[in-house]
Design a protein around this ligand. Structure first.
Ligand SMILES: Cc1cc2nc3c(=O)[nH]c(=O)nc-3n(C[C@H](O)[C@H](O)[C@H](O)COP(=O)(O)OP(=O)(O)OC[C@H]3O[C@@H](n4cnc5c(N)ncnc54)[C@H](O)[C@@H]3O)c2cc1C
Length: 511
């Protein structure tokens, strides 16, 4: 186990925290802390900072050698450049994530793309989705209408679905969660051409799952979130992902008397019917309130057999990972390429979204082009060698950026990621657990916990704030930390009002 308070201190920690030092403990000794947080990803660190800001001493235990989990970054040994586990997108409705970054002083380190929402490398010509000066959800329609291969009837076939998106409410989730998104689109009269052109692509890039396996509830919620806000736009880290929060969050936790440890896997819980602490893999037992900020795949490995009959623990096996392969390509020169663009769906395709880091990272503008991309739900790539993946990625890059054919590849990295998010298959939304676990003393966090958001960085941070609220409430320190989705605006707001969909800041149950 490595306590990383020390290395953080060397950089920027305020003098008051320099005195902080953790005593070495003997194996088997039971020591007491305020709050023990398992997992040093976004959810765990957001929870730790929220609690530290309210004066609680937290210890964060991270099994890996670095913080950040599925939103980690590190230095590429050959180039010295900071690379992410894989490219990530932020958007302007990430209220919890952006509040977390503002708290840490790094919110300005997002490169926003306010005008063009998305470039699609469709054939025979690309489509550039941009907001027109129209209220949501109409603002993207003028740029989407000339999509090649689609007729006016295909566009009109979206009408009933658009209505479902505009009037979507969390109370619809239970009913829709049992239906596949593909079936739902057909039931709503969406044409097969529109399903193939847009929805197979959208399901893959936003739910990380083929359309036919995806829950209609998961897809419709994202459709509602992405189409019903004025001027929604995307952003990307101007620095490595973990550089946005890992060191700064550690500083905040340490400054409140807590600690953050890496190489510190948690192996189980202390207590039986009530959780009274944790057991580390080296046998150390530590007492305190416990927050699990683990994904379901990791939580199931430390849950005692006695809990397996209880929801949500009995469903942990049902959460299926959506794996990714992420590709980083360094070239010998600059060439013309969109900052962010995507291929449309086709069964044999490997990569969807491509990013030019030269146009994203702060200070990289003068450099040769560095492109990264995501192979989403990557089972089809797993039998390929890294070299095969790089060659296929180069071919797919040239389809969208022909000038890349004249550039020489000088370095490449392939990151194989076992899980980007848990797959939102049918039944997923109703299986997501509440933060309050059925075992007293244990609170759950992580992107997969029920936040009424898709599994994203935003959901992870929101879940961390929700877990912190539960911990504080138990101590009589009630606080509102998680930020609800803001009410839809524009035409959507008006239609929802006329249709009797309850207003309110959160897309929660109708009652
Ligand atoms: C390639 C890729 C692309 C993505 N793209 C986007 C995107 O564009 N936009 C977006 O919003 N989101 C994206 N995501 C999803 C986003 O990264 C996750 O939703 C988010 O990071 C999840 O955070 P978390 O804290 O819930 O879980 P995690 O990051 O998984 O954190 C859990 C931590 O617990 C640790 N751990 C596991 N077992 C133990 C144990 N026994 N003891 C102690 N620690 C343990 C793990 O090592 C990990 O660090 C992407 C993810 C990937 C991988």
């Amino acid at each position: 186990m490595r306590d990383i308070g020390a290395c953080v201190r060397r950089r920027t920690l305020p003098a008051a925290a320099v005195a902080y030092h953790r005593p070495v403990r003997k194996t088997g000794e039971l020591v007491a802390e305020d709050v023990l947080i398992i997992g040093g990803g976004l959810a765990g660190l957001a929870c730790g900072v929220a609690l530290a800001d309210r004066g609680l001493r937290c210890r964060v235990f991270e099994a890996g050698e670095r913080l950040g989990g599925r939103a980690a970054s590190w230095r590429d040994e050959v180039t010295g450049d900071t690379v992410d586990i894989g490219p990530h997108i932020f958007h302007s409705e990430y209220h919890n994530m952006l509040a977390f970054l503002r708290r840490l002083g790094t919110a300005q380190l997002i490169t926003w793309q306010p005008r063009k929402v998305l470039a699609l490398a469709s054939k025979p010509r690309p489509v550039h989705l941009r907001h027109a000066p129209l209220p949501p959800p109409l603002s993207l329609v003028p740029s989407a209408l000339p999509a090649p291969g689609l007729t006016m009837l295909d566009n009109l076939s979206m009408a009933r679905l658009a209505w479902s998106g505009i009037t979507f409410h969390e109370a619809d989730v239970a009913r829709l969660d049992g239906i596949s998104a593909e079936q739902f689109l057909r039931d709503k009269g969406v044409s097969e051409r529109m399903i193939d052109w847009w929805w197979r692509f959208a399901a893959m890039v936003v739910t990380n799952l083929p359309l036919e396996r995806c829950s209609a509830a998961s897809l419709l919620r994202i459709h509602a979130l992405l189409s019903n806000y004025r001027g929604l736009h995307f952003g990307f880290g101007a620095v490595g992902l973990a550089e946005l929060y890992a060191t700064q969050a550690t500083q905040a936790i340490v400054a409140a008397g807590g600690a953050v440890s890496v190489d510190a896997p948690v192996a189980g819980f202390v207590g039986g019917e009530r959780v009274e602490g944790i057991v580390l893999a080296d046998g150390t037992r530590i007492a305190g309130d416990v927050v699990s900020a683990l994904p379901p795949t990791a939580l199931k490995t430390i849950v005692p057999p006695a809990w397996r009959a209880m929801a949500p623990f009995r469903q942990l096996d049902a959460f299926e990972p959506s794996p990714y392969v992420c590709v980083y390509l360094w070239f010998d020169r600059q060439f013309r390429v969109e900052r962010f663009w995507s291929h449309l769906y086709s069964a044999g395709r490997l990569n969807y979204d491509f990013y030019d880091l030269r146009q994203i990272r702060a200070g990289w503008q003068g450099r040769a082009t560095v492109v990264c991309s995501n192979i989403i739900y990557s089972h089809r790539a797993h039998r390929l060698s890294d070299d095969d993946i790089v060659q296929a990625t180069l071919r797919e890059l040239v389809e969208g950026a022909p000038e890349a054919a004249h550039a020489r590849l000088v370095h490449a990295r392939v990151h194989r990621v076992p899980m980007a998010i848990p797959c939102p298959v049918t039944g997923f939304e109703t299986a997501r657990p509440a933060p309050e676990s059925p075992v007293p003393g244990l609170v759950l966090a992580g992107d997969w916990v029920q936040t009424h958001l898709p599994c994203t960085m935003e959901s992870a941070v929101k879940s961390g704030f929700m877990a912190a609220e539960r911990v504080l409430a138990r101590r009589g320190m009630a606080a509102q930390l998680a930020i609800a989705s803001r009410p839809f605006d524009g035409l959507t707001w008006l239609v929802r009002k006329l249709a009797g969909v309850p207003a309110g800041p959160e897309l929660t149950a109708r009652s």
